[in-house]
Design a protein around this ligand. Sequence first.
Ligand SMILES: Nc1nc2c(ncn2[C@@H]2O[C@H](COP(=O)(O)OP(=O)(O)OP(=O)(O)O)[C@@H](O)[C@H]2O)c(=O)[nH]1
Ligand SMILES: [Mg+2]
Length: 617
Amino acid sequence: MGNLVRNDKIRNVAIIAHVDHGKTTLVDAMFKQSGVFREGEIVNDRIMDNMDLERERGITIAAKNCSVVWKGVKINIIDTPGHADFGGEVERALFMADSAILLVDASEGPLPQTRFVLRKALEAKLQIMVVINKIDRKDARPQEVLNEIGNLFIDLGADDEQLDFPVLYAIGRDGIAQETLEEKGENLHILMDKIIEFTKGPLYDPEQPFQMLVTDLSYNDYLGRLAIGKVVNGSVHCNESLVCIKENDVQARLKVSKLQLYQGVKLVDAEIVEPGDIVILAGIEDVHIGDTVATIDQPVALPRIKVDEPTVSMVFTINNGPLAGKDGKYVQLRKIKERLHKETLMNVSIRLEEPETNDYVIVKGRGELQMAIIVEQMRREGFELCVGRPTVIYKEIDGKKYEPIEHVYIECHEMFTGIVTEKLSARKGRMINLVNSANERAFMEFTVPSRGLIGYRDQFLTDTKGTGTLNTLFEGYEEYRGNFPVRFTGSIVSDRQGEAIAYALFNLEPRGELFITPGMPVYEGMIIGEHSKDLDIDVNPCKAKKLTNMRAAGKDDAVTLTPIKPMTLERAIHFINEDELVEVTPNSLRLRKTVLSAALRHAMRGKEYMESLKENS
Ligand SMILES: Nc1nc2c(ncn2[C@@H]2O[C@H](COP(=O)(O)OP(=O)(O)OP(=O)(O)O)[C@@H](O)[C@H]2O)c(=O)[nH]1
Ligand SMILES: [Mg+2]
C-alpha cells in the first residue's frame, strides 16, 4: 500500500442529530446560499425530504445525498434521519462521510439519538464539528448545551483531538451561523468556510486502482439499477468494464453505462470521476448495499457495511378476510414477498425471514415506526395485507432467554412522576435516576424492556397530558425480566358479516370504546372496539331495533353516538394482541382476530384451558 493522499477538492460531510433538531432545514439554507437554485426559483421547505411520507410526517426517513460548491470545493452533504428507528440509515450514511456536523438543539441539548449518532461517528473515526442550532428559541441555553456536548464526547471516549471540536451557533431556519454568541450572524458563510478549513478531503491511495463501496441503491426507468457510493480509490470512466464483488467474494462483471454526480439536489452526467467523490453508477442490475465495485485486474473487496441488528419483528401475511381484494392491486403472498425483498435491497436495517409453511413472512427491523412506514408505503402502492403485533427479537445466551432493553429518558411535570413510574414498573421498567428541577419539571431515567415500550408512547402522552417528552436509546440485551400483560383490555368482536347499525352500536357503547361508525362493513371475527374488561366478547353490531311499523331498519334510529377516534396504522399496530391482525388495504384499516370463526376461537380457548389445567395438576 502506498502513501495516502487527500483530495482537497472534495469534502464529504454527514449531518447528524437527534430527531427534529433541524438537519434538513439547515441543508435547505446551505443550498440557498451556495447558489444551487436559480434567482427567484420557487423551492419547497425541507427539499431533501422528498418522499411523500417524509413530507407528511415532517421527518426524514432515509439518508440522502446532495452537494454544494463553496469557494471551488465540492461539499457532498449527506442528510440523515434523527429518529431512532432509522438509525441504520445513519450508520450506512457514515460510510460515505469523512466528517460529520453534529447538530444540537440549543434548548433541548444532547438527547438519546445525539448520543447514538455521535457514538457511531466517533467509531467511524470521522472529524466532528458541532453546530448548536435554534439559538433563536426563547428557551435556548447554548452555553449549558455546549458543556453537555463536551461531557457527551468525554463519556463516549473521544480522544484529545476529537474533543477539540470547533463550535458554531446557528439559526438554521434563517440561514445564519456565527462563531460566538455575542456577534450577530448574517449568513452561513462561516459554516461553509469552517467545513472547508476544518474538515479534510477524503483520503485515498494513489497507487490503488478503482474501488467503490456501494452504500445506497436507486432505480431509473432508463438506466435500471443505480449503485451509489464513495469512490474510495482510483478513478473510473464511462464504458469501463469492472467487477462487482458480492458477499463471500462472488464476482460479477459489469460495464459502466453511465456515471453521475450530485450537483445540488440533481444528478449530472460525468465522463470520469475522482477518488473521494460520491458517485452514481449505472450498468449493474444485481448489486447490493455493501458490495465493492472494483477493476477486473485487481478485484479487492472493501470491508462490508455492517449495521446494528434488528430488534423488532412483525408478521406480514395475506389479507384472507371476507372483504379481501376489494380495493388492492396486489394481494398474493408472492407479490408481498417480492415487494419486501425490494425493501431489503434499499433498507439496510431490514431483514426477511421466510418460514417453510409459506403462509406468512417475518420482517425484522429497528422499531415499530420503521415497520409502520413500510406498511404505509405498501398500501399506497396498492397492496392489501395483514400484519401482526410487533414483537421484540429474543436471543438465547448460555441457555437463558435475553431480551432487548431500552434506556428511557423522560421529562415531565413533577405531578406525573407517580403515574409514569407506576406504568413503567408494570412493564418491568427499573428507575435509575430521578432529578427534580427548580421549575417543577422532573427528569427520570429508566431501563425498560423494549416489548414494554411498544404502544407505551401514546399512553405516556395521555398520562402526562401531552406535556412530557420521552426518548429512548437501545441499550443492549439483558436477561428476560419476566412476563407482563401487553394489554389490560379485551376486544369487542363482531359475530357476523353485515353492515354496522347505529342502534346496535349505541347499545354496545357501554362495553368499551368503539372503532367503527354506522354503515361500515363488518364481518365475523372483525374487532370493532376495545372491551373495557380483560376478555373478548362476540357481539352483533348489525342488530336493528325491533320495528312495529314499516320504518326501514337502521335509517331512523334517533341515537347519538360518541365520536370515534380515527384509527391510524400506528394505533392499530399498538392495539392488537398476539392473536390479532391489522388488515391493511389502500382505502381501509380494519382490526381482526387471526382466527375469524367465533366457534373455532372458543374451541381453541377451551383446549388451552384444558391444557393449563393439565399443566397445573
Ligand atoms: N426555532 C427554530 N426552529 C427551527 C430551526 N431550524 C429548524 N427548525 C424547525 O425544527 C423543525 C424540524 O426541522 P427539520 O429540519 O425537519 O429537522 P431534522 O433534524 O431534519 O428532523 P429529522 O430528519 O426528522 O430528524 C421544523 O419545524 C423546523 O422549522 C431554527 O433555527 N430555529
Ligand atoms: Mg430531516
